[in-house]
Design a protein around this ligand. Sequence first.
Ligand SMILES: *Cc1c(COP(=O)(O)O)cnc(C)c1O
Length: 398
Amino acid sequence: MTDTTAQGLSTRSVHAGETRDPQGAIHPPLYTHSTFAFDSTADLLDVVEGRKPGNLYTRYGLNPTIRSLEAKLADLEGGDHALAFSSGMAAEAATFLAHTRAGEHIVCLGDVYGGTFELLGTNLPQVGITTTFLRADEAHRVPEVLTDRTRIVFFETPSNPTLDVFDIPAISAQARTAGALTVVDNTFATPVNQNPLRHGADLVIHSATKYLGGHSDLTAGALIGPAELLTPVAVWRKNLGQMIAAETAALLARSIRTLPVRVRAQNATAAAIASFLATHPRVTRVNYPGLATGEDKRIVDAQMRGGGGMLSVVLDGTAAQTAAVVDQLRLFAIAPSLGGVESLVTQPITTTHHGLDPAERARRGIADSMIRLSVGLEDADDLIQDLTQALDATTSSR
Ligand SMILES: *Cc1c(COP(=O)(O)O)cnc(C)c1O
């Protein structure tokens, strides 16, 4: 394996974690096998007892295709190690279970993915792990809700769907004072735009289903950080059976080789769309990290290298009029995911935040007339043209 530490992100996306294949295959081959054989019992024990890295059994992650992917993931986030998972939720569940016990406590800041909200709010209380949820505008209250039982402070930055940004160094420092780990969901930013570990976070989580996979054709997750924090999580992953399939690991590694070109193009197109929408008469608000002002701009400039491919906008109409705009779009497909090569649109009140009480939605800045865009790799002009026709065709119906 070449030393990639001094190289740029695009070079590392292609080469990190890849060893020369004995047959000369240009990238590591896909080993679908569940088990691996040894020359002797002594050789087997070296791997079982952790003296030598090696391949053993795929559910343990001791499979060359999965280990190669994990080395690439660790490199891109600037972490020592990475664990790959069958989904982003699998990574989150194993992390929370490994680092908290019954009677202990998690702080969750800002809006988070619906599955995360349900895991923390409904599932984990069943095993005695409780969570205090803070709204995005309550970030200053983190120190006050930390207790001597708090083990984790969790947040997404930028968050879904309001694209709020949180100060990773400041919050990590507060968490550390209380003896808690800071876990950042970096799904929206990707390692191209942000490396939370470099800003003080202890662990980084990805739904690799989104930008890392990038083509809406796989489901996977990742956790990156120091070995001593990953080792206990690997045990839960092994015994809950949350391992990524080797086939998915190979497909994900292939996708990551093009991550920087995809995300940089998505950054540029999303920025162009955000600027266009900010001047459109039917748009009352644009949430996009690249257009942040004041304290948010300071945070973006300090910890992000690009604004990302996600934005949300608030229109001037009702929920029904907003749905009409969504339905009028031709290039943006109506779908709840994000991060693929194709542009997607959702109205958060119909998908990610459907179950939330309307008053609570309003407090969180999730208007009935909000739409969220995941910008793909189509030409910016075509996407802007599509938004223009959808907004024009529906204005007259108001
Ligand atoms: C999709 C998503 C998740 C969950 O990931 P899955 O791969 O669907 O399990 C977690 N966090 C964020 C920010 C997401 O967008």
